[in-house]
Design a protein around this ligand. Sequence first.
Ligand code: PEP
Length: 254
Amino acid sequence: MTARTKIVAGNWKMNKTVAEAVSLVEELTKELAGFSGCEVILCPPFTALTSVAKLLHSSPRIQLGAQNLHPALQGAFTGEISAAMLREAGCRFVIVGHSERRRYFGETDAFLREKLLAAVAAGLRPIFCVGEELPDRESGRWPAHLRSQIQGVLHGLPVDVLSAIVLAYEPIWAIGTGRNARPEQAQEAHALLRKEIERLHGTAVAARMCIQYGGSVTPQNARELLSQPDVDGLLVGGASLNARSFTSILLSVQ
Ligand code: PEP
């Protein structure tokens, strides 16, 4: 079996001013001095990226990610940020296809595909999110939904793009609700996603791909979720906004 390095990311969403971000990162870097259990990624809002990047210089285990990008190289896209700008700000990762982007900003599979290509071309690793709504979970249609999200965006992408991607399974019914997927539900979905990647892109790419779980992860449920064979990391929202809870999640990684 391929050993996959675990990757835990904190998605701060639209939280933390620059001053608050700096104070959180100062606490985290203190708590995590010497920590080597997994790769850690912090995804602050755009405005805090450069300040956080400066603080992370001396913490090579903690890397910087952004929450979004625009696929164009430059131009008349008011309010948007390009992949090159994120790289310049110190990012190594970028979240693509979060359900909040799909739901509130109407992002389509075709647009997300462009974002993945632009991110990898600029040297960023995308954290690509997929996940089903509650009715799909309850009616048993979730496997078809996940397969269609994978096919719709990842079908036919070049292998260098696929190899750069971290996949995140984020059931929408679990995001910010306090109701996480049970470990066995997460495992079943992750195994299905890996099978789908294997069908589209072969065994080697699928075996290497890091698949994170996201949705109401807490210090209490992190260890059990991470104990599943196909759960290779976590994408954490609310619990990443506090140094103590995020550190305690990170310490769950074996
Ligand atoms: C998220 O939005 O990516 C997320 C997983 O949020 P939460 O952990 O708060 O459910």
